[in-house]
Design a protein around this ligand. Structure first.
Ligand SMILES: NC(=O)c1ccc[n+]([C@@H]2O[C@H](COP(=O)([O-])OP(=O)(O)OC[C@H]3O[C@@H](n4cnc5c(N)ncnc54)[C@H](OP(=O)(O)O)[C@@H]3O)[C@@H](O)[C@H]2O)c1
Length: 250
């Protein structure tokens, strides 16, 4: 029988965090929902020592949406330093953090610069860690549609896309947290790779949105220039099973 573990989910009230908490609880583990509204703040350090006492692992899926590079790099860098220092003090065995596939090649996107700061802080911390880098979630496509909409059409970068269901991201994080630290990163992507515009088209069709969708090589990804493989894994990766069509039906 697997030993019951205490796992603290930083950002446990969010999209991925709430799914990770439920998966851990369903498997009989003690999952702690940690977030700033619950008095546990990775950025200020509030409540960390108390919540980490007796924990085996931490899953960090906290988030801040900003496209101000200074603000976002400070948020992710400082939060990761606070967490890993507090984890080492408490004797926590494993820090797992969710990042984004190819973040390190997309530094001109301020949000990605934040994720790079997060990864670097974790790797330099001396704490045992695993970085799980996922592609964009199916759930994020709505935001992408909003970003790329103009003049009655949707114009997206001319690149490949391989989105994944948030449920599968949460499951991979839980598996990582219950396993051994990798002292490196693993990539995670959805089951289908194809042109960005085809996924957007499938999404709009399901919503009854008849706007045209076009790919344009001049369109960037939130400030970062992109090429065909910019958002998809370049090597080995864990492949999810839920297609966008299945996710839309569910
Ligand atoms: N969207 C994508 O396609 C995608 C792809 C790959 C990776 N990711 C990564 O996935 C991660 C999780 O995203 P998500 O969509 O699940 O986020 P989300 O729904 O926005 O949830 C963010 C969580 O962070 C908590 N939080 C914010 N500031 C905090 C702080 N200072 N201390 C503790 N908790 C804090 C929030 O709770 P409170 O409000 O209570 O603080 C909330 O629980 C992000 O790091 C993102 O970079 C996203």
């Amino acid at each position: 029988m697997t030993k019951m573990k205490k796992v603290v989910v930083i950002g446990g009230t969010g999209l991925i965090g709430s799914k990770a908490v439920k998966l851990l609880q369903d498997a009989g583990h003690e999952a702690v929902t940690a977030s700033s509204r619950n008095g546990i703040n990775a950025y200020t350090g509030e409540g960390l020592a108390e919540v980490l006492a007796g924990a085996d692992a931490v899953i960090d899926v906290s988030n801040m949406m900003s496209f101000d590079k200074a603000i976002i790099t400070d948020f992710f860098g400082k939060s990761s330093r606070n967490l890993t220092i507090a984890e080492r003090a408490a004797g926590v065995r494993h820090h797992v953090v969710l990042s984004i596939v190819n973040a390190d090649h997309l530094a001109a996107n301020p949000y990605m610069a934040g994720k790079i700061a997060q990864e670097e802080a974790v790797a330099a911390s001396g704490q045992a860690y695993t970085i799980v880098r996922a592609t964009q979630f199916h759930e994020f496509i709505e935001t992408l549609v909003g970003t790329y909409s103009a003049d009655g059409a949707v114009k997206v970068p001319d690149i490949d896309f391989q989105p994944i269901a948030a449920d599968e991201v949460a499951a991979a994080l839980v598996e990582a947290a219950l396993g051994e630290p990798k002292a490196g990163s693993v990539d995670l992507a959805g089951p289908e790779r194809g042109p960005f515009e085809s996924f957007i088209g499938t999404y709009l069709d399901a919503k009854g949105d008849t706007r045209p969708v076009n790919a344009d090589a001049a369109v960037d990804y939130f400030g970062a220039p992109v090429v065909t493989g910019s958002l998809v894994p370049g090597g080995d990766y864990i492949k999810g099973a839920v297609t966008i069509a299945e996710w839309l039906r569910a």
